[in-house]
Design a protein around this ligand. Sequence first.
Ligand code: HEM
Ligand SMILES: *[C@@H]1O[C@H](CO)[C@@H](O)[C@H](O)[C@H]1NC(C)=O
Ligand SMILES: *[C@@H]1O[C@H](CO)[C@@H](O)[C@H](O)[C@H]1NC(C)=O
Ligand SMILES: *[C@@H]1O[C@H](CO)[C@@H](O)[C@H](O)[C@H]1NC(C)=O
Ligand SMILES: *[C@@H]1O[C@H](CO)[C@@H](O)[C@H](O)[C@H]1NC(C)=O
Length: 339
Amino acid sequence: MDLRTEHLAPTVGPDPTTLPLSLARGILFCILEVCKGGNLRKKFYSKTCPEAEDIVRTKIQTHVSARPNLPAKLIRMHFHDCFVRGCDGSVLLDSTATNTAEKDAFPNSSLSGFDVIDDIKEALEAKCPGIVSCADILALAARDAVAVKSTNSWEVLTGRRDGTVSSSSEVLANLPAPFFNFTQLKASFASKQLTVHDLVVLSGGHTIGIGHCNLFSNRLFNFTGKGDQDPSLDPTYANTLKTKCQGSSDSTTEIELDPNSSNTFDSDYYSILLQNKGLFQSDAALLTTKISKNIVNELVTESKFFTEFGQSMKRMGAIEVLTGSDGEIRRKCSVVNSS
Ligand code: HEM
Ligand SMILES: *[C@@H]1O[C@H](CO)[C@@H](O)[C@H](O)[C@H]1NC(C)=O
Ligand SMILES: *[C@@H]1O[C@H](CO)[C@@H](O)[C@H](O)[C@H]1NC(C)=O
Ligand SMILES: *[C@@H]1O[C@H](CO)[C@@H](O)[C@H](O)[C@H]1NC(C)=O
Ligand SMILES: *[C@@H]1O[C@H](CO)[C@@H](O)[C@H](O)[C@H]1NC(C)=O
């Protein structure tokens, strides 16, 4: 910073008290952000690959019609990508002989849809080789998959570049766990520059998809070590869940996160939550502070949820992104270029 201010000094004009500062700020901003291509932007590929976003959308429509659970898979994959090393496509990389990648870490259960990203990438490489990043494909695909069967959509800024590192050992420390309490969830989101408001809004992603029994069964069978249930879970619903899960270590049975509408992207998640039927402790935790509970109450209104979800997804989609000349544009989403 010193260097830049000094460098600036000779060009100082008539008002030496204010001008240098604003110029210095401008140049610093340029160095930190703009000149590096720092920010994501709308339609980043409009000149370099004008059909990019259409290709993603068309491909996704075909895949979703054959696989109704794909929107849930892709939106969760994007979330995992962004929370570990930023939205850099690191979740897409395969393990190698010398490295265990994120996708082979423990909390990967049920991550899937990698084949769909690969298929889209192949189509894009055929059209405009080396242009569209895997991280952007994932961000666009998650949005487009949800939009196939919902009136909800959101703007996805583009210009992300792909990372070259993916490590299973970084996953646990960066992803919130389903047994987290409010304090832990808040800290996890804060570490990604996301607010409590973002936390409550993005948890609404659980309006679609499934969870495996072993990730919440402590709430059913032995909550405090006395063979008891979690008192914050509706007892009737807990009994229903007990008949579905085959004991506390059942890692194969899948339960809808948003019972009765788990393929529909709507605001039911919040009404269900208010009935104490949220599946994970992390869902129920949103009712444990006044601030977060108030947000839950607001988001029951679907139009409100949809608007807020778009805003928060934009913030999540910008976590620690690589832009400008950082990282690379992978040719194949599951491997880094140099290999
Ligand atoms: C707040 C912290 C969060 C926690 C603790 C959490 C935890 C989990 C867990 C444990 C599962 C079940 C995985 C399985 O059993 O296969 C799950 C599923 C899911 N999560 Fe989250 N999640 C969180 C936030 C989010 C966010 C921010 C999004 C996206 C915006 C999201 C979207 C999803 C989706 C769509 C599924 C269903 C996946 C499927 O059907 O395969 N989650 N989450
Ligand atoms: C998840 O990780 C395990 C190893 O812990 C691995 O065997 C499995 O293939 C991974 N699942 C996915 C979908 O990558
Ligand atoms: C949340 O969990 C952490 C870690 O287990 C614990 O230290 C803390 O006291 C808990 N906070 C609340 C409010 O329960
Ligand atoms: C419940 O947990 C306690 C403490 O971990 C353990 O001693 C007990 O055997 C468990 N009971 C059941 C029914 O699993
Ligand atoms: C789902 O629908 C069934 C049948 O209408 C109903 O009995 C059940 O209570 C609903 N589940 C939840 C969690 O509301």
